[in-house]
Design a protein around this ligand. Structure first.
Ligand code: ADP
Length: 360
């Protein structure tokens, strides 16, 4: 069992910078949680408070019901995998992986068994006598994970573990981490600024901005029903398109388009008649159609899809930009006019920036 309860945690650094405001979340045993958000939003600070590497300014942290708010890092039964691997260069891979157990004066036979088992899981068996400098970046990252595995901690903490790897290796290592999570059924907290890592790894994502949690939910919930403009713009690649529109007599009036609302959309927008809202359209929800015109300025073939960038209508205003992810291989040329429709529409209140949802 390793359930974590983070209760109303704040972090105020000595220089009075408040990096985290009222972070509140229960993590179930075996859950994979990803904290995601732009640089400086407080992800690492939150992870480091959970690890015990930073003091908690206010709030409480419980592990399996036990208050560990003031427990030193070494006694928390958590293992952290860092971005820079933090391996000892003069030690072999075996010694690096055995290090924490050796320090704890574990029985050498037990250490040997644990290191071999972890090496087997991570495909490092043939590398154990080498030094870190003889390994590739991806292998070093696996050694860093191996060091955590041998400790059999209650909670694994990852701080941007893939950011030093190239794109191809990042994808492969991401899949390894996912397999590792399945195999160990361990509770894992993982920090990244990369929304793709968040979407592909997490059971639940915590999306943060400027020290505040914006939304906690499954990847599909954050993608399908973002709680506010921030989450809508952060999750999804390419990002969602946004337009100021007016709700009028069953239609949305934009500067460059006029679209009819269906019954479900009308009921979502009850109470907004005559008001301005923000309309959000994911690039993958733009398809050929007759609701608006797009003037193309670039066409990128990705294989299964084509990413088409352009402007709505004939203008070149920044607020009229649109990205569309069209199915199949398209061959639009700069200057072409393409008729488009918007399939799924997201609505946001202009004042609060919160998603406009149907009243329950
Ligand atoms: P992230 O991991 O999301 O990039 P951090 O948690 O590292 O963000 O930082 C959150 C905020 O706290 C930032 O404004 C950062 O400058 C500030 N911060 C981080 N560490 C310290 C520190 N030791 N002292 C003062 N401010 C800090």
């Amino acid at each position: 069992m390793s359930e974590l309860s983070v209760q109303h945690i704040d972090k105020i650094y000595d220089n009075k910078v408040q990096a985290v405001f009222d972070f509140n979340m229960d993590v179930a045993d075996g859950e994979f949680i990803v904290l995601v958000g732009p640089s400086g939003c407080g992800k690492s600070t939150t992870l480091r408070m959970i690890a015990g590497l930073e003091d908690i300014s206010a709030g409480k942290l419980l592990l399996d019901g036990k208050d560990i708010t003031a427990t030193p890092a070494k006694d928390r039964d958590m293992a952290m995998v860092f971005q820079n691997y933090a391996l000892y260069g003069h030690m072999t891979i075996y010694e690096n992986m055995a290090f924490s157990l050796t320090m704890r004066k574990e029985n050498p036979n037990v250490i040997h068994k644990k290191v071999l088992a972890a090496a087997e899981i991570l495909g490092l068996t043939s590398q154990l006598n080498k030094k870190p400098s003889q390994l590739s970046g991806g292998q070093r990252q696996r050694v860093a994970m191996g060091r955590s595995i041998v400790r059999n901690p209650k909670v694994f903490l990852f701080d941007e573990p893939l950011s030093n790897l190239d794109a191809k290796l990042r994808g492969a290592t991401r899949r390894e981490i996912l397999l590792l999570h399945k195999r160990l059924s361990a509770t894992m907290l993982y920090v990244t600024h990369d929304q793709t890592e968040a979407l592909t790894l997490a059971d639940r994502i915590v999306c943060m901005s400027m020290g505040h949690v914006q939304q906690i939910g499954t990847p599909l919930e954050l993608y399908d029903s973002p709680a506010n403009l921030f989450v809508a713009s952060f999750i999804g690649l390419p990002p969602m398109n946004f337009y100021d529109v007016k709700v009028q007599e069953g239609e949305l009036l934009g500067e460059q388009f006029r679209v009819k609302l269906n019954e479900e959309e009308k009921s979502r927008l009850q109470g907004y008649e005559g008001k301005e809202i923000t309309l959000g359209i994911r690039p993958e929800d733009v398809a050929p159609g007759d609701e608006a015109n797009m003037t193309v300025f670039s066409n990128e073939n990705l294989g299964m899809n084509t990413l088409v960038h352009g402007h709505l209508g004939g203008t070149k205003k920044a607020t009229d930009k649109i990205s569309a992810k069209m199915r199949g291989w398209c061959n639009y040329k700069a200057g072409d006019t393409v008729g488009i429709s918007f399939h799924r529409k997201h609505f946001f209140d202009k004042e609060t920036t919160n998603a406009i949802r149907k009243e329950a």
